[in-house]
Design a binder for this molecule. Structure first.
Ligand code: TMP
Length: 210
């Protein structure tokens, strides 16, 4: 896939890590700096992909069927939403992407890692995020925060620990695009500030007068 003029930033983490809150704060800060990002999510982010989301999250199924549905939703989401935005020079912020597939379907469900990688590549045609912000929380703390558990959250702590292991393995394979934040007691504002600093460090944003 050719390089695009926009920036593609994904957010990853185990359940209840606080991705949505952080994405909201980063978006606010970008808008103040004159960048109006397209904010989207996976699975979902386009009409067909949102239908697939309900199907995937609603029903238990064979792990390979699950993998293909995530990839189907992804291909559709990229074609309708992400790629047109990037080609138009927009920034795209996406809540979960291919690293979630490696972590959940690869590590936690136990599908062969390289096959999941290959499935990702097929769906994305090689499009990779420019930056992946990983919220690394203790899976036990994250699970405790969830009020309306989906079927992945109901898999419990051992599953979430495997998911975290999967993210760490994915990070090892592509470390340069990863920014790991350990929220601990940090406020969402402080975490958003850390993301903005990283964007300045990469010279995607001019330094702010602080
Ligand atoms: P969310 O709760 O962050 O919106 O994500 C939906 C669920 O889908 C979450 O439990 C993680 C899971 N998921 C996968 O298992 N594989 C994937 O490729 C993606 C994008 C999400």
């Amino acid at each position: 896939m050719p390089r695009h003029p926009g920036r593609f930033i994904t957010f990853e983490g185990t359940e209840g890590a606080g991705k949505s809150t952080l994405i909201g704060k980063v978006r606010e800060r970008l808008e103040i700096r004159g960048v109006r990002p397209v904010v989207t999510r996976e699975p979902g982010g386009s009409p067909v992909a949102e239908k697939l989301r309900s199907l995937i999250l609603g029903e238990a199924m064979d792990p390979r069927a699950e993998l293909f549905l995530y990839e189907a939703a992804r291909a559709e989401h990229l074609a309708r939403t992400v790629v047109p935005a990037l080609e138009g020079g927009r920034w795209v912020i996406c809540d979960r992407f291919t690293d979630s597939t490696l972590a959940y379907q690869g590590m936690a469900r136990g599908l062969p890692w390289n096959e999941v990688r290959a499935a990702n590549r097929l769906a994305t045609r090689g499009l990779s995020p420019d930056l992946t912000v990983f919220l690394d929380v203790d899976p036990g703390v994250g699970l405790g925060r969830s009020t309306d558990p989906n079927r992945f959250e109901r898999e419990g702590l051992a599953f979430q620990r495997e998911v975290r292991k999967g993210f760490l393995k994915a990070r090892k394979e592509g470390a340069r695009r990863w920014l790991t934040l350990k929220p601990g007691k940090a406020t969402p504002e402080a975490l958003a500030e850390a993301v903005i600093k990283e964007l300045e460090r990469r010279k995607w944003l001019p330094p702010a007068r602080r």
